[in-house]
Design a protein around this ligand. Sequence first.
Ligand code: BTN
Length: 255
Amino acid sequence: MTGGKGGGRISPDDFRHVALAETVSTNSECLAKAREGDPGNLWITAGRQTGGRGRRGRAWVSEPGNLYASLLLIDPAPIARLHSLPLAVAVAAHRAIRTVMPPAAPPVEIKWPNDILVDGKKVCGILLEGEELADGRRALVIGIGVNVGVAPEGALYPATSLRREGASASPEELFAHLFLAVAEMLALWDHGTGVARVIELWRSAARGIGETITVNLPDRSLSGRFAGIDHDGRLLLDTGAGTQQAIAAGDVFFG
Ligand code: BTN
C-alpha cells in the first residue's frame, strides 16, 4: 500500500470505489482485479452476492438490503506485521456502525477477532484473504459484510440487523462511513507500525475481556478467562493454574 499519489500518510482520496449490482463475491472480484494488475486501494461493493464467503469456509448469506464490501490492498505491510490488520479493520467497522446507530441504541462491541455485535448479536463479519501474485506482489483483500436490513436465520452465532436495532441508514450510507473509517484506521495502523494504538482502540471496544469465555477450535473447545490480546492479535486465554494460551483462530462464545 503506497501512501497515495504524493506518498506519505494515506487519506480517503487515495481510494477508488466500484459499485456492482450483483457478483459472486466482492472478495473474488478484488482478487481478480489484483491478478489483472490493479494497483490496489480499490473498494468493490455489491448489492447482492451469489457466493458470499465467510470465515472458516462458511457461506455468507448475501441477500439484497445488506452491505457487501471488499477492499483490495497491495503489499500493505511486511508479512510479519499483517496480523494486526484485522484488528484495525474491526475498529473501523465498529466506528462506522456506531455512527449510524441512534443515541440510545444498545451497545456496539467487537467480538474477537473482528465480528461486530449490537446488543450481543452479530451484525458484521470480516474476512481477510491474501494471495501472492505472479509478479511477486502480495494482494490482500478485506471483505466486510454488514447486516443492514436483513439478519440471516439459523446462523452459528445469534444475528441481528442494524434496522432491527434502530438504525435507518441504507447500505450506501453505511458504506460512506466505512470508507472514511477504514482510511482513517489504515493511516493510524501505518503499515503495521501503529499496532500499539490500534490494540488500545480495539480493547476499548471489545466485549468480554476479563470474563469467562469458550473458544471453539476445529478439533476441541477451550474455556477460561479472556485475558486480552497480544500484538499479533492472538486471543490470550487463562485456563487456570497460571496457564495462558495464545489462540490465533477460533469462534468465541461468552458466558
Ligand atoms: C464471517 O464469517 O464473519 C466473515 C464474513 C465476511 C463476508 C463478507 S461480505 C463481502 C465479502 N465478500 C465475501 O464473499 N465475503 C466478505
